[in-house]
Design a protein around this ligand. Structure first.
Ligand code: BGC
Length: 275
């Protein structure tokens, strides 16, 4: 389904609160509309992420490009592949920290669209889409980098960022598990690394459940312990609704944003299948 301006968007809306979910990866930016129950409405879109390093305006333009097919939405959630604090980018290892550090992406997108926007770390958002809300649940995303998130009874314990910590000799989690390592070492050796990291994380946080997500979870072939499972990459979009759990039900008033009829599909990559 393509979204047209006006008529079709109005039909889709049916007075529902529509959240635009955006998941920024190192190779692709994915977007979908979610209804107030958090279910996907219509088609998903994927556009390629421009090559790093990205400037601030280039980042906003790339996100806007992914959002362009969606004619109507009330609020936006963005999963960002780096450390985010209060909607402001702190690090962006795979997109370019020097140009993006300190950028208030949440504020910039909010002004750009005239809508409420929330920006959070991509692994945190994927976790919100995956967890059951019971006990200590951990998420490890396997994509361009290695994202981590931790929850206790459904509440995010913010800013768990293992990606740049050492995990093996002189390698960080990103270097040990990221897509470059998988491409260099091959899937078999990479799977062994994932198995080792599962046990390291178990001893680190004593999770009740560990979810493995990200586009490269598709390359996992190891047999998993009962308390570890693979989650669909789609959870990176579905988690978007979780960022608004504290928002008032009537919020915000319906309005239409403008959008085009473009739709582009990118190559498969560590951030997931082309959709
Ligand atoms: C970043 C994390 C991010 C992960 C997955 C890492 O390089 O530091 O913040 O969650 O990549 O995108």
């Amino acid at each position: 389904m393509r979204y047209a301006r006006g008529g079709k968007a109005e039909t889709l809306r049916m007075d529902r609160l529509l959240t635009l979910a955006i998941d920024i990866g190192g190779s692709g930016i994915k977007a979908a509309l979610l209804d107030d129950k958090g279910e996907i409405v219509g088609e998903r879109v994927r556009v390629p992420t421009p090559p790093a390093p990205l400037g601030r305006e280039e980042l906003v333009a790339a996100i806007d490009h992914a959002a362009a097919p969606f004619a109507a939405f009330d609020r936006v959630s963005v999963g960002f592949p780096g450390f985010v604090r209060d909607g402001r980018i702190v690090t962006a290892p795979n997109l370019g920290t020097p140009l993006l550090a300190g950028f208030d992406l949440e504020g910039a997108l909010g002004r750009h669209w005239g809508k409420p926007v929330r920006v959070a770390n991509d692994a945190d958002v994927q976790g919100l889409g995956a967890i059951r809300g019971e006990g200590v649940e951990m998420v490890l995303t396997l994509g361009t980098g290695a994202g981590t998130a931790l929850f206790k009874d459904g509440t995010l314990l913010p800013h768990l960022e293992l990606a740049h910590h050492p995990v093996s000799r002189n390698k960080t989690y990103d270097e040990y598990l990221g897509n470059a390592a998988r491409a260099k070492k091959g899937n078999k050796a990479w799977n062994k690394r994932v198995a080792r990291v599962i046990e390291i994380l178990r001893s680190l946080v004593h999770f009740d459940h560990l979810y493995l997500g990200g586009g490269n979870a598709a390359h996992l072939s190891l047999s998993l312990p009962a308390d570890v499972s693979i989650i669909p990459n789609l959870d990176g979009l579905l988690g978007a609704i979780g960022l608004w759990r504290d928002a008032a039900p009537s919020f915000p008033p319906p309005s239409l944003s403008s959008g085009g009829e473009r739709e582009e599909r990118g190559e498969d990559g560590p951030d997931g299948e082309a959709i």
